[in-house]
Design a protein around this ligand. Structure first.
Ligand SMILES: NC(=O)c1ccc[n+]([C@@H]2O[C@H](COP(=O)([O-])OP(=O)(O)OC[C@H]3O[C@@H](n4cnc5c(N)ncnc54)[C@H](OP(=O)(O)O)[C@@H]3O)[C@@H](O)[C@H]2O)c1
Length: 284
């Protein structure tokens, strides 16, 4: 099985490289190798490589910066995704793509299921939703994994931000009114590899699947766990979202219900704290 991976240096992309390599021939492209802003390159590279599976781990993920103007987010998260989907369709290849809890407005009180109505609050959320819809409209065979609160051993993420802040500040103030499940890039990559290894993959229904760590917390709870795992005693003060000014609005409830992927592929991610502990063991 030939697999073409985009965004190979991102959090999820870099975890996918070792996870996908054992499954076949992996052609991994970072932004330098394949810039998704160049739609012609997408076509040329895919038609040259003729992969059986395209895994798109590239995305515009600067949630607050996206509020300054939708063009950069839409170029990568919609137009490039549309082109990837059209190319997948032309080769009869399977497209694997990632989306986000930010397609929802967070007003539901229980975890979101795949068929819940999206209503994004942010430009980023809108762009990811339009990307999902472009894939569905292309008619290519696809799996879209919506995940949440992604972190990993490297890259810009909440874990690093909290550890850095704890070095320089006497106390941290962290939002306590957004619920979600922090999900490690390694757990996502392992789940994708498990899905692709399913013996009866071709009989499985394509579409959207929720894929996040088990359990729930808040950003405040997550920050507290990060410091605890590191043995740091910096106090973490709980604040409301409106006390932490950010350009983009975020859902109050980011929880995703993972029952569908468990039933379809027997994939169940570990609890968020266990996942955090495993990642922090690999960090220096
Ligand atoms: N991060 C989260 O909390 C989160 C939550 C839910 C869902 N997701 C989704 O999960 C997926 C993976 O996210 P992630 O956390 O791994 O994001 P990430 O760490 O920001 O990685 C995204 C990668 O895409 C690359 N990229 C951006 N623009 C590109 C372009 N024009 N051409 C080629 N590559 C480009 C980036 O390269 P540069 O580094 O050079 O910009 C980066 O390597 C995305 O679909 C994201 O929407 C993420």
């Amino acid at each position: 099985m030939k697999i073409l991976l985009t965004g190979s240096k991102g959090q999820v992309g870099s975890a996918l490289v070792p996870a996908l390599a054992p499954l076949g021939e992996l052609c991994a492209f970072d932004r330098q190798g394949l810039d998704l802003l160049d739609l012609n390159s997408i076509k040329t590279v895919i038609q040259r490589e003729k992969p059986a599976v395209i895994v798109n781990a590239a995305a515009y993920t600067a949630v607050d910066r996206a509020e300054r103007g939708k063009e950069p987010a839409f170029a990568v998260n919609v137009r490039a995704v549309n082109e990837l989907a059209l190319q997948a369709k032309s080769l009869d290849a399977l497209l694997i793509h990632f989306s986000t809890d930010y397609v929802f407005n967070g007003e539901k009180h229980t975890p979101y299921i795949e068929s819940d109505a999206p209503a994004p609050l942010s430009v980023y959320g809108h762009s990811k939703l339009k990307g999902e819809r472009a894939i569905a409209a292309s008619g290519c065979r696809h799996f879209i994994f919506r995940t949440s609160w992604v972190y990993g051993p490297s890259g810009r993420n909440f874990v690093h931000a909290i550890l850095d802040a704890a070095k320089s500040k006497p106390e941290l103030r962290v939002v306590n009114d957004q619920r979600g499940a922090p999900t490690s890039s390694g757990a996502i990559a392992g789940a994708v590899a498990q899905v692709l290894s399913s013996p009866d993959l071709s009989n499985k229904p394509g579409g959207i699947y929720h894929l996040s760590a088990a359990g729930e917390t808040t950003w405040h709870g997550f920050a507290t766990a990060i410091l605890q795992e590191k043995g740091l005693k910096t106090p973490v003060i709980a604040i409301r979202s409106d006390e932490y000014p950010a350009a983009a609005r975020r859902p109050k409830n980011s929880l995703l219900d993972n029952a569908k992927i468990l039933e379809s592929f027997d994939v169940a991610l570990e609890g968020w704290w266990e996942g955090l502990r495993a990642v922090m063991r690999t960090m220096h």
